[in-house]
Design a protein around this ligand. Structure first.
Ligand code: ADP
Ligand code: 5GP
Length: 201
């Protein structure tokens, strides 16, 4: 079976990174698509692990070399999904997880409508603010920008296929696993199983 292209989005601070880490730990067969970004690394982030950290000039040359499946400007920085043989990997049966913003996800959805588009919601806007503040990674300007965009980003979640509320992290991860199980059982992904020969004995 062709692999699943799994796309997860949600407002900054919802817990996308945390949920994705849990999914990758629990489901070792899923590969994480490492994005490129021009934002500065946060403490502990390693180039080539969380992101490929590029200068704006490097990012622009990746664009002109057509190295991206999609890219977008998010909160004043560029972010993009490297093509990185995604098509070959899917056709080999590998599942690939993209954690990208709503603009990028809608662009991917146009190119890959068979992907699985999951929107993660926070339990409330107050909890979103607490989480992003609690993470301690944003300066006041970046924090304000992320919170200001949150409501508009959440509205775009209506374009996705599935919604998961990240109240309890384990419950959210289990719900996403259930979505993936159901997706793998779709008739459209299993037409080969219907090819029986009439060879009764
Ligand atoms: P995002 O990737 O969506 O910006 P993160 O995964 O960095 O969000 O999570 C933001 C903060 O919220 C982190 O400090 C994380 O530990 C915390 N967090 C994530 N999920 C939950 C949850 N279900 N309950 C409580 N805190 C959470
Ligand atoms: P952060 O700076 O918090 O890591 O990410 C900020 C936003 O950029 C998040 O909404 C995240 O999903 C998004 N993002 C991360 N990688 C990509 C990418 O490759 N493409 C797009 N379009 N958005 C991305």
């Amino acid at each position: 079976m062709r692999g699943l292209l799994i796309v997860i989005s949600g407002a900054s601070g919802t817990g996308k990174g945390t949920v994705c880490k849990k999914l990758l730990a629990d489901l070792p067969k899923i590969a994480y698509s490492i994005s490129a970004t021009t934002r500065n690394p946060r403490p502990g982030e390693i180039d080539g692990k969380e992101y490929y950290f590029l200068s704006v000039a490097e990012f622009k040359s990746w664009i002109s070399e057509e190295k991206f499946l999609e890219y977008a400007e998010v909160y004043g920085n560029f972010y993009g999904t490297p093509l990185n043989k995604i098509e070959e990997r899917l056709s080999r049966g590998e599942d690939i997880l993209l954690e990208i913003d709503v603009q990028g996800a809608l662009n991917v959805k146009k190119k890959c409508p068979e992907g699985v588009y999951i929107f993660l919601l926070p339990p409330s806007l107050n909890e979103l603010k607490n989480r992003i503040e609690g993470r301690g990674t944003e300066n006041p300007e970046s924090l304000a920008r992320r919170l200001k965009n949150a409501v508009a980003e959440i509205k775009i979640g209506l374009e996705y296929d599935y919604v998961v509320v990240n109240d309890d992290i384990n419950a959210a991860a289990e719900q996403i696993k259930a979505i993936l199980t159901a997706e793998r059982l779709k008739v459209a992904r299993n037409t080969d199983k219907f090819e029986f020969e009439e060879d009764f004995k």
